[in-house]
Write a protein that binds this ligand. Structure first.
Ligand code: F6P
Length: 342
C-alpha cells in the first residue's frame, strides 16, 4: 500500500514525532511506501509531494515544526478542490492518507472521508480544544513555555511593583491560559469561555498589591470583556476557514488597568514562541503513540477515524465525533483557579 501523509493548520511541537512513527511502523511492520504531501491540503490539491521514508525521518523526533510544511488551505473553498485532490491521489498511486491537524484540517478530512477518500486523522493543536481526545500533543509544550515565562515575569514585576499581563494563545478555549496560570501562580486568568469584568480585574490588582505581591494576569488571546466589547483583532481578514487574526487583548487590558488603578502595567505577548521549538517528553510520547495507532488503522482499513487519548489508552473515534464540537473549559474547572485570584 502507498500512503500519503500531510500536516495542516498552525504547526505544533510533536508533528515530526507523528510522521516518524507513522513511517517507521508503516515500513517495518506493514511494508508500506509513503508519499509526503507538502503544506497541508495544498499538497494533494496541487500535487506537491516530497520523498518520505525512514531516511527522511532520521533525527526529527525532537524537532519542532513539521518537515512536510503546513498551510491553512481549504480545498472546499477552491473550485473543483475535491476532484483535484482525488485526481492527484490517483496519479500518485496513493491508497490512503494520514492527515495530522486540528479542527479545520480534520474537518476537511471528515468531509473527504464522506466523499470516499481513505483517510485517517491524527489530532494536533496547542490549544487542546478538540473534543474526543483528553489531550492533543503540542499543548503540554505550550503550557511549559508559558509557565516558564510567567515564572520569569514574577521577579521583574515584583522588582518594579508593576502589573504584567501575559497574553497566550487560545482562540476559542482557555486551556493554555488556565493550565499555565495555575502552574505559574497567576493572580488572575482570563479565558474566552468566561467574559471578564474589567472592574473586577482592577479590584484584584489592588488587593494583590496590598499583599505586597505584583499581579500577573494571564489572558487568552480570545478573551472578551463582559460589557459587550468585542474580541481584539490584529486583522479583520478571514482565513480560508473563516478565522480572524486575534491579538492585542493584553495591551488593551494593561491600558485599562493603568488608567483605572494608576498602577504601571505592561503586556507581554508570547505568540508563536508557544508553538516553536522542541516538544516536551509528554508531547513526543503522545505524538508517537498517535502515529503508531494511526498507521495500524490504515493497515486495518479503518478509514474515517481519528486517534484519541482516553486516560492513558489511545482509542479510535469516528472523525465526526472528534471534530464536531470544541472542548471548552467548564465553569467548574475555571472555579478551581479562581481560589487564587487577587
Ligand atoms: O490554532 C492554534 C493557534 O495557536 C490559535 O490559538 C491561534 O489563534 C492561531 O493558532 C494563530 O495561528 P497563526 O498565527 O498561524 O494564524
Amino acid at each position: 500500500m502507498r500512503v500519503g501523509v500531510l500536516t495542516g493548520g498552525g504547526d505544533c511541537p510533536g508533528l515530526n514525532a507523528v510522521i516518524r512513527a507513522v513511517v517507521r511502523k508503516g515500513v517495518k511492520t506493514h511494508g508500506f511506501e509513503f508519499v509526503g504531501y507538502r503544506d497541508g491540503w495544498r499538497g494533494p490539491l496541487e500535487g506537491q509531494t516530497m520523498e518520505l521514508g525512514i531516511a527522511q525521518c532520521r533525527g526529527i523526533l525532537p524537532r519542532g515544526g513539521t518537515i512536510l510544511g503546513s498551510s491553512r488551505t481549504n480545498p472546499f473553498k477552491i473550485e473543483n478542490g475535491v476532484e483535484r485532490i482525488k485526481e492527484n491521489l490517483a496519479k500518485d498511486g496513493v491508497d490512503a492518507l494520514v492527515a495530522i491537524g486540528g479542527e479545520d484540517t480534520l474537518g476537511v478530512a471528515t468531509k473527504l472521508a464522506d466523499l470516499g477518500v481513505n483517510v485517517v486523522g491524527v489530532p494536533k493543536t496547542i490549544d487542546n480544544d478538540l473534543s474526543g481526545t483528553d489531550f492533543t500533543f503540542g499543548f503540554d509544550t505550550a503550557v511549559n513555555i508559558a509557565t516558564e515565562a510567567i515564572d520569569r515575569l514574577h521577579t521583574t514585576a515584583e522588582s518594579h511593583h508593576r502589573v504584567l499581563v501575559v497574553e497566550v494563545m487560545g482562540r476559542h478555549a482557555g486551556w493554555i491560559a488556565l493550565h499555565s496560570g495555575i502552574a505559574g501562580g497567576a493572580s488572575m486568568v482570563l479565558i474566552p469561555e468566561q467574559p471578564f469584568d474589567i472592574a473586577d480585574v482592577c479590584a484584584r490588582v489592588e488587593t494583590r498589591f496590598e499583599s505586597k505581591y505584583a499581579p500577573i494576569i494571564v489572558v487568552s488571546e480570545g478573551a472578551i470583556p463582559r460589557d459587550g466589547g468585542d474580541m481584539t483583532l490584529v486583522s479583520g481578514e478571514l482565513d480560508a476557514f473563516g478565522h480572524v487574526r486575534l491579538g492585542g487583548i493584553g495591551d488593551r487590558i494593561a491600558g485599562e488597568i493603568e488608567q483605572r488603578t494608576g498602577k504601571e502595567a505592561r503586556a507581554v505577548v508570547l505568540g508563536h514562541i508557544q508553538r516553536g521549538g522542541t516538544p516536551t517528553a509528554f508531547d513526543r510520547w503522545l505524538a508517537t503513540r498517535f502515529g503508531l495507532q494511526a498507521i495500524d488503522a490504515v493497515a486495518e482499513g479503518d478509514f474515517g477515524t481519528m486517534m484519541a487519548l482516553k486516560g492513558t489508552r489511545i482509542e479510535r473515534l469516528k472523525l465526526i465525533e472528534g471534530t464536531g464540537e470544541l472542548k471548552l473549559v467548564s465553569p467548574e474547572e475555571y472555579a478551581e483557579a479562581q481560589v487564587f485570584f487577587g
